[in-house]
Design a protein around this ligand. Structure first.
Ligand code: ZN
Length: 493
């Protein structure tokens, strides 16, 4: 239930708060005209640390550890333009994504690291989910801002509860740190904002079969006559306009009351109560790709011409996909200055990779046992195109990392580690690949290995050799069908 989160915190608003709200109200839909303030793409300001001077208010960014803001919302202007209050202190949280999850401690809100915020958001997008376990923090993989978060979360296992907006520690015995409160900040609701970065929500009720049904749809029992004469969008408009009032509506038989505080729908004739949920809608790719659907290519891919064998697509800095890649990069390179991120669309590498996953999923009895991870690979600029077309091959692209753990292609879960092997080009840029890799079963590798050794437990070859079985940073792969280059990341060295 996030009905408290997006309410305007008007009680706290100062004169400048009123002024900023005015700015928002007056400039809805005029975002494009502000492009003269566009940020320099080479060094987006969110990746630079801001210093506080004398009494000046500073604008909070989602990548800072502290995330207290007077108006608990994401500033739509910060996402891909320049907010006019950035230098004097915007009352809203600045971010490159449309949402940010936070945790409160000692009365102050702190930003979850990007990967945690994403884990929470991905689960929250699914109306059937009422909780999610988030990945325990690994101190070895965290940058400086992540180390601040470890003071709050430690390295235990936490589970978020979306009904009560709490985070429960599943490993700690201590009462003091066993539960924390969380919240979700996002851009204004699309019901009241015309900004392209506004957040669209849908409303659901829980039917008698415990299925979540979107308002306006028929329940899972097919009770056409019980469909309320109100749509999800109408509820959202009411909620966004004033969440303190109860909403009344009816269908052909009954009259209902919807209480936004308790998130319950009550049938005023029978007294029957039902739980209600409001969840954001996942943004669809702006360019749907019918060919991609037909051939089972990723729905996020842009359409390709029939004679294209591989294309690279520059990601929009405001897209979720860009944020996802950034969040993984920033874990170990928090000061990374990213120039561009390109998506690699190569159906001739993608299909074999999918086939291999299907084959191994049968062998290991389920996809979840394949341990598919996104790993980095640093390389020289001149190999980029060849890798995008033909995949990694250490025999062709050399091995700047040495071959200490086997003769194969090397990948790492640490961007900082991979960056050491990315050679600077003439314009001072370095290149990393983010690669999807099937890890499968691992064993420690040695220099002479031309393939992984036999696993005595299964009498089959291991899938991957690593530097350290318990805490692997380096992964060596021997079969090119077991990895797919997802993105190239160009950074200023
Ligand atoms: Zn702003």
């Amino acid at each position: 239930m996030d009905n408290n989160i997006e309410k305007d915190n008007s009680g706290k608003s100062s004169f400048s708060g009123a002024r900023q709200k005015q700015h928002y109200n007056n400039s809805r839909g005029r975002g494009r005209q502000r492009s003269s303030h566009s940020k320099n793409r080479e060094s987006p300001p969110e990746y630079r640390r801001q210093r506080k001077t004398s009494n000046q208010r500073i604008t909070s960014w989602s990548y800072y550890h502290e995330g207290d803001v007077e108006i608990p919302e994401i500033c739509v202007y910060s996402i891909d333009k320049r907010c006019m209050y950035e230098d004097t202190g915007c009352l809203r949280l600045h971010a490159k994504c449309t949402c940010q999850w936070q945790v409160i401690q000692d009365g102050k809100w702190f930003n979850f690291r990007n990967f945690h915020s994403e884990e929470l958001e991905n689960a929250f997008l699914d109306v059937t989910k009422d909780s999610v376990k988030i990945t325990p923090l690994d101190p070895k993989l965290l940058g400086s801002s992540g180390r601040d978060m470890i003071k709050i979360l430690g390295n235990g296992q936490w589970e978020a509860d979306f009904e009560n907006l709490t985070l429960k520690n599943l490993t700690s015995q201590s009462i003091l740190t066993s539960k924390l409160f969380i919240r979700r900040l996002s851009t204004q609701s699309a019901a009241v904002s015309k900004s392209g970065k506004a957040t669209k929500y849908e409303w659901y009720f829980c039917d008698s079969k415990k299925k979540w049904i979107k308002y306006g749809d028929v329940d899972s029992l097919g009770h056409n006559h019980l469909v309320p004469l109100i749509t999800s969008d109408e509820i959202e408009l009411n909620f966004s306009s004033d969440s303190s009032v109860q909403m009344m509506f009816n269908n052909s038989l009954y009259r209902y009351q919807l209480d936004f505080k308790t998130m319950k729908q009550k049938n005023l004739n029978t007294g029957k109560e039902r739980s209600v949920r409001r969840r954001p809608v996942k943004k669809q790719s702006t360019k749907p790709n019918p060919r991609g659907k037909k051939e089972n290519l990723p729905s996020t891919w842009d359409s390709m011409k029939d004679n294209d064998t591989m294309i690279k697509v520059s990601l929009d800095v405001s897209s979720q996909e860009y944020c996802d890649v950034m969040s993984q990069l920033l874990i170990t390179v928090p000061a990374a200055r990213v120039v561009s991120i390109m998506r690699i669309q190569n159906p001739f590498l993608w299909r074999p990779f999918q086939n291999k996953q299907a084959e191994l999923a049968i062998k290991y009895d389920g996809y979840e046992k394949l341990n598919i991870q996104k790993l980095f690979h640093g390389t020289r600029h001149e190999f980029i195109d060849d890798i995008c077309k033909k995949n990694f091959d250490w025999r062709l692209h050399g091995s700047s990392t040495g071959q200490a753990y086997g003769r194969g292609s090397y990948f790492s879960n640490s961007a900082a580690y991979s960056l050491k092997y990315a050679k600077q080009d003439s314009s001072g840029h370095c290149f990393l690949f983010l690669v999807e890799v099937i890890i499968g079963k691992v064993t420690r590798g040695i220099e002479s290995m031309k393939r992984p050794p036999l696993n005595p437990a299964t009498s089959e070859l291991f899938d991957t050799t690593v530097d350290n079985v318990d805490s692997s940073k380096i992964f060596v792969k021997y079969d090119s069908q077991e990895y797919y280059p997802l993105y190239t990341i160009q950074v200023k060295c």
